[in-house]
Design a protein around this ligand. Structure first.
Ligand code: NAI
Length: 260
């Protein structure tokens, strides 16, 4: 898992990463460890978590934690404090895309599930992280929103609503955190090469997922999806002291998508 990070900006820091075994979460964990951080990996699948933590060695701990459950968010933060007696960074990244369907074809239960994971999950994560960071004298929290948090996407109304909503949570958390030296920001990627985009492509055009991808690419000036490592690099910057004046901000990594 080791690579040649140019810097070790996160030396000594302890970070909680949710959605840690997914595409962006995994790349973020690897980048954080490269930069000297210790990481608590939180996600749903014990085997995937244990394999990933093993690859990082003593720099990683893991916990099965469903972000929609208050107690499991509490346990994730508690693990960092038990293991390393501190917590400095949160990456609230767990998310689901939900079913691709028009609003009038989306079951209310499907809508509720996306909001539960993507919005309630972030709220519960913030509610545990903010007091813990306050007690430690400050820190940084990054929430994974999306370009779907900045504009609509046909067939993904619940997802777009959820990604807009976390920008509101981020802004309020940034204001509440600022007096305590806690910075809170969102990253807003355009499509990234992960399981999630493959699922959205298949949902948009079950008969021709490659055709769906070709259509999505027409909206991205750089004409490609992002790589998870490119999002991880932005999250690492925002989590580090190099971003010491950055809070309450929306940071796109989108190949120019929102410029158009
Ligand atoms: P992914 O599907 O590879 O990773 C998502 C992870 O979240 C998975 O490991 C999954 O197990 C975990 N997760 C889902 N529900 C959970 C729950 N209730 N509790 C704990 N963990 C849970 O997808 P990806 O792309 O890595 O997504 C990460 C974040 O980035 C998500 O919030 C997503 O909405 C966002 N994003 C992704 C983009 C993309 O094109 N892949 C673009 C913009 C934003």
């Amino acid at each position: 898992m080791a690579s040649n990070a140019a810097t070790r900006r996160l030396d000594g820091a302890v970070a909680l990463i949710t959605g840690a075994t997914g595409g962006i979460g995994r790349a973020t964990a690897a980048r954080f460890v490269d930069e000297g951080a210790r990481v608590v990996l939180a996600d749903l699948d014990a085997e995937a978590l244990s394999d990933l933590a093993a690859a990082f060695g003593p720099s990683a701990a893991w916990i099965c934690a469903d972000v929609t459950e208050e107690e499991q968010n509490r346990a994730a933060v508690a693990l960092a404090l038990e293991r390393w007696s501190r917590i400095d960074i949160g990456v609230l990244n767990a998310g689901i895309e939900g079913r691709v369907a028009a609003i009038d074809e989306l079951a209310p239960a499907d809508f509720d599930r996306v909001i539960a994971v993507n919005v309630r999950g972030v709220f519960l994560g913030l509610a545990q992280l903010l007091p813990a960071l306050r007690r430690g004298g400050g820190g940084a929290i990054t929430i994974t929103s999306s370009t779907a948090g900045l504009r609509g996407a046909a067939g993904l109304a619940a997802y777009t609503a959820s990604k807009h909503a976390v920008i509101g949570l981020m802004k309020s958390a940034a204001l509440e955190g600022a007096p305590h030296n806690i910075r809170v920001n969102t990253v807003n990627p355009a499509p990234v090469e992960t399981r999630m985009m493959r699922s959205i492509e298949a949902g948009a055009r079950p008969d021709d997922p490659d055709g769906a991808k070709t259509k999505f690419l027409t909206g991205i000036p750089l004409k490609r999806y992002g790589r998870p490592e490119e999002i991880a690099a932005l999250i690492a910057f925002l989590s580090s002291d190099e971003a010491s004046f950055c809070t309450g901000g929306i940071y796109t990594a989108d190949g120019g998508t929102m410029a158009g």
